[in-house]
Design a binder for this molecule. Structure first.
Ligand code: NAD
Length: 420
């Protein structure tokens, strides 16, 4: 299959469809309407469509009330929306963005449907967080027109847009996506196709350390406070309370993932599992790692969660110890840097500045530190490598320093010197 395909210019995109009117679909649709583009939200569930409409109306009413836009502008934006439960209604759109549940079989089914229903020039994008965009593209007859457009939640507010380049995506389609990102007023970063792309792939080892620290002796508020004092907008457990602790738990259940009993990975999710079994899903259920008073988003320490953490770490055989804030920051941030180095080495990111853009605009990394890779460069890679070797000695081989970090440190170079 040729990767030659000349799409319309981003400026000529006038009609898009968003498939799935849930959390992400709504925000994505608002982003397009705000940019002057007609958008049809497709969801098979009529109640969800109605809820989505009410939600969108509420967003614009709020903006008018806060004098962010005029009533006339709000009306003009609202007039750009339509809702539908029928794929035939979107046959003429120039771009469709799928934002249904994170399930590869469902996404493949929808891409087959889009491929057979939409006009041959239409571009098909997925908002998947982790799934294989090549596998999704492969079920269509137009893989050169398939890519990932990974928005962040809430999609009408968060600046970051990860553009995922699948193996067969035409270069012109990537260019269109970058131009479209500007039109939507987003910070767009192109990523290669791998599990979690740039941002979520790096998040995994970061969260791994945060969870492991709970088992070793820390408590959720200590981990969050240490990282927030360092400058992160939100610590990992507060972030999970916002995003929903249950997402990964449900995904594990749906996919039938069974982690090996007693493995590091399995022990690391025991606290999450317990919280989910107690229906402590995060802010949406009024309690998660923290508790919340009715109508408030202030994360309050919950002694029962601390007791649960201590109980689970005992059950997993850990002898709890005092953990310093320095150790928390060092382990979490260096985990980001090491994965970032692998991503750079594999060509998943074009350069280290793109990785930094992802973390600054999508994950609340402190601006004054420049992003994880710029921070590591400014610390000096020789010192970063030495710290990582110490961590490897203390914590085992998950801390094996990335090959690129070793070679750059040996050459007295920086991550910023790499251009893919
Ligand atoms: P959600 O559960 O809020 O919404 C999914 C929607 O898809 C539901 O409204 C459902 O009715 C609809 N749907 C299911 N099957 C459908 C079909 N055949 N046709 C049309 N609609 C259908 O999910 P979400 O949180 O918005 O996540 C959607 C996608 O975005 C997932 O791939 C997720 O990984 C990704 N994502 C989520 C976030 C986040 O923070 N929630 C962030 C970035 C990316």
């Amino acid at each position: 299959m040729s990767t030659d395909f000349s799409p319309v210019n981003a400026a000529d995109i006038q009609q898009v469809a968003v498939i799935g009117a849930g959390t992400m679909g709504r925000g994505i649709a608002i982003s397009f309407a705000n940019a002057g583009i007609q958008v049809t939200l497709v969801d098979l569930n009529e109640d969800v469509r109605q809820q989505a409409l009410t939600y969108i109306q509420g967003i614009y009413a709020g903006m008018v009330k806060r004098e962010r836009i005029t009533q006339a502008d709000a009306d003009a934006c609202l007039a750009r929306f339509s809702l539908s439960g029928d794929y035939q209604d979107i046959a003429d759109v120039q771009l469709a963005i799928e934002a249904v549940y994170e399930n590869i079989d469902l996404k493949k089914k929808i891409f087959q449907q889009l491929d057979s229903t939409l006009n041959p020039a239409a571009i098909l994008a997925t908002n998947t967080s982790y799934l294989d965009v090549d596998a999704i593209a492969a079920v269509t007859s137009r893989p050169q027109q398939v890519l990932g457009l990974h928005f962040f939640s809430p999609a009408h507010i968060m600046k970051l847009l990860e553009i995922v380049r699948a193996e067969k995506t035409a270069p012109a389609v990537i260019q269109l996506a970058e131009d479209l990102g500007s039109r939507l007023n987003k910070v767009a970063v192109v990523a290669g196709n791998c599990h979690g792309f740039i941002g979520n792939r790096m998040l995994e080892p970061y969260v791994f350390e945060a969870r492991r620290l709970l088992l070793e002796g820390a408590l959720p508020a200590q981990v969050d406070n240490a990282l927030q004092a360092w400058g992160m907008a939100m610590g990992p457990f507060r972030m999970y309370d916002v995003v929903g602790i249950d997402l990964e738990w449900r995904a594990r259940q749906l996919s039938g993932t069974v982690l090996e009993e007693g493995s590091d990975a399995e022990m690391n999710v025991r606290i999450d599992n317990r919280l989910c079994e107690l229906e402590r899903f995060g802010q949406k259920s009024g309690q998660g790692y923290y508790r919340y008073e009715a109508g408030s988003r202030e994360a309050l320490v919950d002694d029962s969660v601390n007791a649960l953490v201590i109980e689970e770490s005992g059950k997993a055989g850990f002898e709890r110890r005092d953990i310093s804030d320095d150790e928390i920051v060092s382990r979490c941030i260096l985990a980001l840097v090491n994965e970032g180095a692998k991503i750079l080495d594999e060509g998943i990111a074009r350069n280290s500045a793109d990785i930094d853009k992802v973390y600054l605009n999508g994950y609340g990394f402190p601006k004054e530190r420049g992003g994880p890779m710029a921070w590591a460069d400014s610390e000096g890679l020789v010192g970063v490598l030495a710290d990582m070797k110490d961590l490897q000695q203390a914590n085992g081989n998950r801390w094996e320093p990335a090959a690129l970090l070793k070679s750059l440190a040996a050459d007295g170079q920086t991550f910023s010197s790499i251009k893919n």
